[in-house]
Design a binder for this molecule. Structure first.
Ligand SMILES: Cc1cc2nc3c(=O)[nH]c(=O)nc-3n(C[C@H](O)[C@H](O)[C@H](O)COP(=O)(O)OP(=O)(O)OC[C@H]3O[C@@H](n4cnc5c(N)ncnc54)[C@H](O)[C@@H]3O)c2cc1C
Length: 374
């Protein structure tokens, strides 16, 4: 949209970006917002994969649930109650089992994502972000399929392709602020650092230093379509024990019943440290797909009905998820809003209850809305 000026440009329509937008609207903040999102729709790591040739096929290929450390309270409680009352989420009590390195079904491993309450999007995880974006009446202006590669600031405005200008900028992912993508995207420097030289905003300088220390990690999620079968006795999630994870390079398997009777399976493959560049990525995707597919029969041994159908199952390819995660604590909230250059951060890497998971992503959006609207 040539020459368009808005108050806030939000890069990323994941849980945190969408929670931020919904919270600003519910507070009566009347600024204009433009969302720019690389994906085909909202959701980010909480998105749902659809198929053009099969409209009812839907697979939550990132997170299968919204995990919380403990029962939410305050604004987060209000948000979850409102989503629950509208049928957008339900408490996730679906069976979770563990699988050890010998192939035995055991209790699920102790993991932060499994310790507290969980909610599932109805019918899929994407419904959560879609609802957040449409909350408050007027739907927000969002451009999808638009990956921002550079950032520039001219006359105190953030300037984007197509003549879009924003007074403020929100990054809900760390891509443009973390050195992890320098090799992958052939950048000279972190885009946010290039746009705002050191010394302009001490809060931003501190935030960038903090972000640079985040641990970048990759997931390779294999998506598989199984034919129609009786899936009633199957667990929803199969979590490998730490030793089994090490042995197979797989964290868990998530099963999702499909409306037309088939079954979707997502195998969450772990990072093996391979260097990803534009040249190596296509081959790595193929290698990971073959690796994960070859492990399926062995891992599914305790579920013979499913294992027996592996040869009739159809791979839908691998999705590469990249994220920068804090190791033991999130970025301090005091660095979330850099007033001088009007840059804000939200995401599951911000400090607070539930950082590193959906809870932290939602909470960070609510917290940032508070800072912006105050
Ligand atoms: C495989 C997997 C399994 C998970 N399992 C669980 C679980 O069981 N329970 C749980 O609670 N959490 C789980 N999580 C974590 C959960 O998905 C995240 O905490 C949450 O979705 C993060 O939301 P976010 O908004 O912070 O980030 P994201 O979802 O990453 O959103 C950031 C968005 O910004 C966009 N973006 C980034 N850079 C740019 C750019 N330059 N231009 C345009 N767009 C850009 C991205 O496309 C993305 O949509 C899992 C995550 C993964 C990957």
């Amino acid at each position: 949209m040539p020459g368009r000026d808005v108050d806030l440009v939000v890069i990323g329509a994941g849980l945190s970006g969408c929670a931020l937008v919904a919270a600003l609207k519910s507070k009566g903040w009347c600024g204009t917002i433009q969302i720019l999102e690389a994906g085909r729709g909202p959701g980010g790591r909480s998105a749902t994969r659809r198929r053009r040739d099969s409209p009812l096929w839907r697979l939550d290929h990132g997170t299968p649930t919204l995990s919380f450390q403990s029962e939410p309270c305050g604004q987060l409680r209000e948000l979850m109650t409102s989503l629950e009352q509208r049928g957008v989420v339900r408490v996730d009590r679906d069976p979770v089992v563990g699988l050890d390195h010998l192939g035995a079904v055991v209790a699920p491993p102790d993991h932060p994502l499994l310790r507290g309450p969980r909610w599932r999007g109805i019918p899929t995880m994407a419904t959560v972000v879609e609802t957040l974006l449409s909350d408050g009446g007027n739907s927000v202006d969002a451009r999808f399929g638009e990956r921002i590669q550079t950032l520039s600031r001219v006359d105190e405005r953030w300037v984007f392709p197509g003549g879009l200008r924003g007074r403020g900028l929100i990054l809900s992912g760390t891509l443009l602020a973390h050195p992890r993508s320098l090799a992958m995207l052939g950048w000279r420097d972190v885009p946010l650092r290039e746009a705002v030289p050191e010394g302009h905003d001490s809060v931003l300088d501190e935030a960038l230093a903090w972000i640079a220390n985040l641990n970048a990690s990759i997931r390779w999620n294999l998506m598989v379509q199984f034919p129609a079968m009786d899936s009633d006795s199957l667990p929803r999630q199969i979590w490998l024990t730490p030793r089994a994870q090490q042995q197979f390079g797989v964290e868990r398997i998530v099963l999702q019943r499909q409306q037309q009777g088939g079954l979707g399976l997502v195998m969450h493959g772990l990072d093996d440290g391979a260097l990803i560049t534009p040249e190596t990525q296509p081959q790595l995707m193929t290698v990971q797909e073959q690796r994960l597919l070859s492990l399926l029969p062995e891992i599914l041994q305790p579920w013979p009905s499913l294992q027996g159908l592996v040869s009739n199952a159809h791979s839908l390819g691998v999705m590469r998820w990249g994220a920068a995660q804090p190791l033991d604590q999130g970025m301090p909230n005091a660095l979330q809003w850099c007033r001088r250059v009007r840059v804000g951060f939200c995401g599951d890497w911000i400090a607070g209850s539930g950082f590193g998971m959906a809870e932290g992503a939602l909470q960070s959006g609510l917290d940032l809305a508070e800072l912006i609207a105050s």
